[in-house]
Write a protein that binds this ligand. Structure first.
Ligand code: SF4
Ligand code: SF4
Length: 392
């Protein structure tokens, strides 16, 4: 009997044995001509650099035929968690979780993090935010008017997330603007901690449990029955992982902002009336589309804005290409992250939009950088919430 060094459950054990090594997990579907989609594989086009290759590595580790190493660490940390492998493999599932199990195994075997990831971990432990440098207060962007609008009896808790709190603050301010205009009693908190996604991607699942318990208690104490997120990584982690980490169902509903706004449109509480006369293209964030299956809501919202001409990427929905901002790639391998951002921004130009719209702070940040690198001077990048606030 082989000793279970990776901590595989039955499904993951089956997955590493049933992978048929076809390599299809690295490629898109027929409609995009089976072109590559896996960022690791796009960097180096070998089978080892695919989810299937990593399944074979997991099998070798499980059977005691492979030693932990820094070169394996560097392979695994190129994974953006984009889930293209999960939707393009017709045989197994669980590839992304198996990659994190391998990271946990490396950690248990004292393979150090890359320096940049060690710094990120230090920031998280010190300030509950993955970013370093001088950070202002978490809600600095909210301003005095926003603070006055916070309700002591909220319907909605807005979980802002680190990227919307400290980097892409326009989208946070836009969402608060929407809530204020609609008179929705809402709350948010300076005491919010990072959702713990970076800890998960660092192979520190055990630590995630106390972070999840903290955030759930913080939201629950406000009495809100619904938590809304502008960051799809946060909402995905709350939906997929928090119930496991806190040991049960959460005491409130969870919605990404695109689901929430669509629900308000359906109930007739939100009408988009101001024209935005622009040709735009929508980029599916990996953790919203493949991660949560939300493709329709952002498109329905954009379709309701008068004047908008909505275009689709050739690589869209399940075949969307990661912008490079996912997982821990920008911190560990910034050149790779930048080149993916540049490629994705460049793909938009096949349709000639003046605006790339997404629904994720990480995508907005990386697509802006990508557009700059590609010298796309005439195209801007915005978040869905910003357009909704403009059109409301
Ligand atoms: S993970 Fe799936 S798609 Fe990839 S090689 Fe294995 S069986 Fe094929
Ligand atoms: S999650 Fe994305 S980057 Fe990671 S192995 Fe799968 S396709 Fe590749």
């Amino acid at each position: 009997m082989v000793k279970d060094v990776l901590g595989l459950n039955k499904g993951f054990y089956t997955a590493i044995h049933k992978c048929i090594r076809c390599g299809q997990c690295a490629y898109g579907k027929e409609e995009v001509g089976y072109e590559p989609l896996c960022p690791i594989h796009m960097n180096r086009p070998y089978f080892a650099n695919t989810a299937g290759g990593i399944m074979q590595i997991a099998r070798a580790a499980h059977e005691g035929k492979l030693a932990p190493s820094e070169s394996l660490r560097d392979l695994l940390y190129q994974c953006t968690g984009c889930e293209a492998c999960e939707v393009n493999c017709g045989v197994i599932s669980g590839q992304v979780e198996i990659i994190t199990l391998l990271k946990e195994w490396l950690k248990r075997n004292e393979i150090d993090y890359k320096e940049e990831h060690q710094l990120m971990l230090g920031n998280l432990m010190k300030s509950r935010v993955p970013y370093g440098g001088r950070l202002g207060p978490r809600l600095e962007w909210l301003g005095e008017d926003g603070k006055k609008a916070v309700s002591s009896n909220p319907q909605v808790f807005y979980f802002v997330g680190c990227a919307s709190s400290f980097r892409e603050t326009e989208m946070a301010a836009s969402f608060v603007e929407i809530l204020k205009k609609l008179d929705v009693p809402f709350s948010l908190s300076e005491k919010e901690w990072c959702c713990a996604a970076p800890l998960y991607y660092l192979g520190l699942k055990e630590d995630c449990k106390s972070w999840a318990e903290y955030n759930v208690k913080m939201i629950d104490e406000t009495g809100a029955s619904l938590a809304v997120f502008t960051c799809p990584t946060c909402s995905m982690v709350f939906k997929k992982h928090y119930p496991k980490w806190v040991g049960g169902e959460l005491p409130f509903k969870i919605m990404h902002v695109s689901e929430y706004i669509e629900s308000l449109m359906t109930s007739g509480e939100l009408h988009l009336k101001n024209r935005i006369d622009k040709k735009i293209i929508y980029h599916d964030p990996c953790h919203l589309g493949r991660g949560q299956g939300i493709y329709r809501a952002p498109r329905n919202i954009l379709g309701e804005i008068p004047g908008i001409q909505l275009e689709e990427y050739r690589f869209s929905k399940e075949n969307s290409l990661c912008c490079g901002g996912g997982g821990l790639l920008p911190a560990g391998f910034p050149d790779l992250a930048d080149s993916l951002g540049e490629k994705r921004a460049g793909q938009a130009m096949e349709k000639g939009p003046s605006l790339i719209v997404s629904s994720c702070p990480g995508c907005k940040e990386n697509l802006k950088l990508g557009a700059k690198r590609a010298r796309l001077k005439k195209v801007k990048v915005k978040d869905l919430t910003e357009l909704v606030a403009e059109s409301l």
